[in-house]
Design a protein around this ligand. Structure first.
Ligand code: FCB
Length: 437
């Protein structure tokens, strides 16, 4: 099934890109900075360092994205800049993030602001990060401050980016800070992330109401379906729990206002019910899995690739058709308008990305024609950046960044996306545009 040829994205539809502070800004100092400095943690041995120097170049970067026809921008604020020492707040940093939102408005772009995108100030990491008992309180104070300082400029908020991924990689798999490999730690961290979101959402709502501004809140939910690769009962049973924990536990807990099993016993959590006004969706791929008891970090499953499915440089299967089903299912289950807060592909020579964008937006169009309210699409990412434990080895950008000069060079896919942003139509046949810097 294809979206009808005359489909047009409505004028209110947001087209943009997503970034995260630590990956693009440069000069950050947080728990990741320390982690990167220790041997063996980053695949290519790199450190985030100056990243894309986006902290000082954000105006030119936004102007470029605006020239590419985009009308929205998702960025994150770096907590460690705003509160480098517990209880000491840096007003220059707060002003900076307000200026980014203002610049967006000046260019007719809607800002979408993430408060926590994987990094903690060092002092908070030292207290336990997601396991710190006082985390919800600290996060609420931080969220209140940000809302009071620039809430007049921001309607769409993301409290926490991909909380379950952060827990699986940082508290169970040991691949990310704090490097824990413990089921108990992972359970505490999941509960901590839920409480952090609830407290942050309550704080944003309270300040917004007091100051008379509209604030819409979500997490950025990472959906990655784990489907049994064979018809074996073992594979079916093995896939069910990790699939639920990864894809449904957090959202269902928010929906019910309760800490659901296997993390809690269904007890109510203060501020959780009603803490989401829209659903932010990060989607890259789904996985076919088989039972493998050795993969404790993956909750007992291992991914197998279908040799016929194209994969990105990351080895992630490219499955654009699945996106329609995901949007339909999430709308059926949660009844919230959906913002695609991330979708993209690691593709260093840009041979996949032009078609990837066209096909994924076609899948979005199909869902919208079927009645799913999708608010926007944020491509990950505007430019190549520091891809966590993969360092600079994964290239997700519409723009390449020359790491010695910081020059941004458009890839052909940037022009393909531009034409969709401008016409609001999806080309019938993929057009490969040529691009220059
Ligand atoms: C997502 C993260 C984002 C980026 C992309 C490739 O899971 O939210 O920061 O690393 O993957």
């Amino acid at each position: 099934m294809s979206a009808s040829a005359d489909f047009r994205f409505p004028p209110s539809f947001l087209f943009g890109c997503a970034t995260a502070a630590h990956q693009v800004e440069g000069g950050t100092s947080n728990d990741w900075t320390r982690w990167e400095g220790l041997p063996g943690h980053i695949r290519d041995g790199s450190v985030s360092g100056v990243a894309c120097d986006h902290y000082s170049r954000y105006e030119q970067d936004l102007e470029l994205l605006h020239e590419l026809g985009q009308n929205a921008y998702r960025y994150s604020v770096e907590w460690s800049r705003i509160e480098p020492v517990e209880g000491r707040f840096d007003h220059d940093a707060l002003r900076h993030y307000r200026d980014v939102a203002r610049k967006c408005h000046e260019l007719g772009m809607t800002p979408i602001v993430t408060l926590h995108h994987f990094t903690f100030p060092q002092w908070l990491a030292d207290l336990g990060g997601l396991e710190a008992t006082s985390l919800p309180w600290f996060f609420a104070r931080f969220a209140s401050l940000c809302t009071a300082f620039f809430g007049d400029q921001v309607e769409y908020w993301v409290t926490v980016n991909e909380p379950v991924i952060l827990v699986l990689l940082g508290y169970l798999g040991g691949y990310w800070p704090p490097g824990a490999q413990s089921m108990m730690a992972a359970r505490r961290a999941l509960k901590g992330a839920l409480a952090m979101h609830a407290a942050g959402a309550a704080a944003i709502h309270a300040v917004a109401e007091e100051t008379g501004h509209s604030a819409k809140i979500s997490i950025a939910h990472h959906e990655r379906r784990l489907l049994p690769a064979t018809s074996s009962v073992l594979d079916h049973v093995a896939a069910a729990t990790p699939d639920y924990v990864l894809n449904r536990w957090f959202l269902r807990s928010i929906q019910t206002g309760r800490v659901l099993p296997p993390v809690g016993h269904g007890e109510r959590m203060v501020g959780l019910a009603g803490s989401m006004d829209y659903l932010g969706l990060n989607w890259y791929t789904n996985e076919r899995v088989v039972f493998d008891p050795r993969r404790r970090d993956m909750l007992g499953v291992r991914t197998v690739l279908n040799p016929d499915t194209p994969v990105s440089d990351y080895g992630w299967a490219i499955l654009p058709f699945d996106l329609t089903d995901i949007l339909v299912d999430l709308w059926d289950l949660f009844g919230l308008e959906i913002m695609i807060t991330e979708n993209g592909v690691a593709d260093s020579d840009d041979h996949l990305r032009p078609d990837f964008i066209v096909q994924h937006l076609r899948a979005v169009a199909r869902a919208m024609e079927g009645g799913v309210p999708v608010l926007g699409y944020m491509h990950w990412s505007s430019m190549d950046n520091f891809e966590w434990a993969e360092g600079y080895s994964r290239k997700f950008g519409l723009m390449e960044v020359d790491r010695s000069t910081m020059e941004r060079r458009l890839r052909p896919s940037a022009r393909v996306y531009e034409s969709i942003c401008r016409t609001r139509e999806i080309p019938a046949v993929q057009a490969r545009a040529s691009a220059s810097a």
